[in-house]
Design a protein around this ligand. Structure first.
Ligand code: SF4
Ligand code: SF4
Length: 457
């Protein structure tokens, strides 16, 4: 037997063992993640695939072993060799600042027939009919909404209440003497401390005009132009629990969103207060109290990319995060952003969020020119109208995104392949569909949340 056949046959034995171990491991991980369909399919593959390689070794099937080994080499090339790099898929720099008054949360706060309401719709008559759509629905965490759950909604509202308490602490007096700490020392400390406080990932960027809203859209300062007084920002992510997100759009999602807004708010307020105590002007940007467009700041701080569903997608938790930002006049040491086109290329092919969106708010198309730049844009009116009907902030797109799978060895192995090779990205879309389904079902509400549908009259 020639050397090449001997190597092929030995390769088949080694690979049958690796494949069996890998698929059994995947099945256990899926089972632990309560993904029963994926666990069953991995187990089925473990019974079907490794024996093909094992039998080639066992019976010395030289030609079959050679073909199977050649397949392995091809798969290795597909997975490990970096190729298929795409040209720029989306543009990064918006041509205009966003006016906070135009975002759905600001429009939702307009009380019918007040001066603000009349002024806004006299300037934006095209938005009146669209907004009357969501005003007809029960509303977020409202009793008649589809996923009403007294306990979960009230728990979520309690977290929103707690975030609200930070309202007067986002800014404050600055200590009269400035610390002489160096930029690199302070930047490193802020990043390390943020992680100690609970942040998942942290980055620093210089602030540009497009990071700032042009005008305030909420609260007492409604309509005031926003002055960009700060030059730098620290942005961070906090993780949303997989268990709570998986049941989206049921009530656990709104509990989890509120909880992580609170976590992000707490960390941001602590960082901003610390910077002011060191003698530097600083402001926390937290839920309901923003001057900055946080996803743009976080993207430029190197934390991820903005994909098809319009949220920041991070490399390890995908969109399953919430963001916090602190701006300051201290010249922090910035991170260098390396645009990750592999994520955007994956978005081009995947389209799972568009498939599962109950309100059809996410486009199946490639990025288009919106206000002069190439990007994806969701239909925020139909998305928000669905939120008001569901009573939750939905999150079905976030729950089904392949990047949202937990940060563990199995999923990071797949993420590695996705980052490296465009051919593997194609395969990975189909693998995700095979294991989880093209339109995965929502998970059950976590068992510790009572399924309490009716409030006492
Ligand atoms: S679900 Fe797919 S298309 Fe949508 S954001 Fe995630 S990776 Fe992109
Ligand atoms: S949150 Fe829900 S309704 Fe909105 S875009 Fe995502 S899936 Fe669609």
């Amino acid at each position: 037997m020639s050397l090449i056949y001997q190597i092929s046959i030995l390769t088949c034995l080694i690979f049958s063992i690796i494949l069996l171990a890998g698929l059994v491991y995947a099945s256990i991980i899926f089972y632990q993640e309560k993904e029963n369909r994926a666990a069953f399919r991995a187990l089925l593959l473990a019974l079907l695939l490794p024996p093909i390689y094992f039998l080639s070794w066992f019976y010395n099937w030289e030609i079959v072993a050679l073909i199977l080994s050649a397949d392995l080499v091809l798969m290795g090339i597909l997975f490990f060799i970096s190729f298929g790099k795409k040209a720029q898929i989306t543009d990064d720099i918006p041509k205009h600042q966003i006016d906070e008054r135009d975002i759905m949360f600001a429009r939702n706060e307009l009380k019918v027939n007040t001066d603000r309401y009349k002024e806004y719709y006299s300037k934006n008559p095209d938005k009146l009919d669209l907004d009357n759509g969501f005003r007809k629905e029960p509303g977020l965490t409202a009793e008649k909404s589809i996923f009403y759950n007294e306990v979960a909604y009230k728990a979520g509202n309690s977290s929103f209440f707690a975030v609200e308490q930070f309202k007067n602490s986002v800014d404050g007096p600055v200590h009269h003497s400035k610390s002489d700490i160096s930029s690199s020392e302070l930047s490193k400390f802020l990043k390390d401390w943020s992680k100690k406080l609970g942040a998942l990932d942290v980055g620093i960027t210089k602030l540009e005009n497009y990071h700032f809203y042009s005008h305030k859209g909420r609260g007492e300062e409604y309509g005031n132009p926003i002055e960009s007084v700060h030059s730098h920002a620290i942005a961070f992510t906090v993780e949303m629990s997989q268990e709570m997100v998986a049941a989206a759009p049921q009530s656990s999602i709104v509990m989890e969103s509120a909880q992580q807004y609170l976590e992000a708010g707490r960390i941001a307020v602590q960082l901003a207060q610390f910077l002011r105590s060191m003698g530097f002007s600083a402001r926390a940007h937290i839920d309901g109290n923003y001057q900055l467009v946080c996803p743009l700041v976080a993207r430029d701080a190197g934390l991820g990319e903005i994909g098809r569903m319009g949220l920041l997608m991070t490399p390890k938790e995908g969109p399953r995060v919430r963001l916090g930002v602190v701006s300051t006049d201290f010249k922090l040491r910035t991170d260098t952003r390396i645009k990750d086109n592999s994520m955007l290329d994956f978005c081009l092919q995947c389209k799972k969020c568009a498939e599962v969106c109950p309100s059809k708010s996410i486009s199946f198309d490639d990025p288009k020119l919106v206000n002069g730049i190439k990007r994806w844009q969701i239909n925020s009116e139909s998305c928000f109208t669905y939120w008001c009907k569901a009573g939750t902030d939905c999150g079905r797109c976030m729950a089904c995104c392949p990047y949202s799978h937990p940060d563990n060895l199995l999923h990071n192995f797949i993420r590695f392949g996705i980052k490296k090779s465009s051919l593997f990205r194609m395969l990975a879309v189909h693998l995700d569909d095979f294991f989880y389904g093209r339109k995965p079902k929502s998970a059950e509400l976590p068992s510790w949340i009572p399924n309490h549908e009716k409030a006492q009259k």
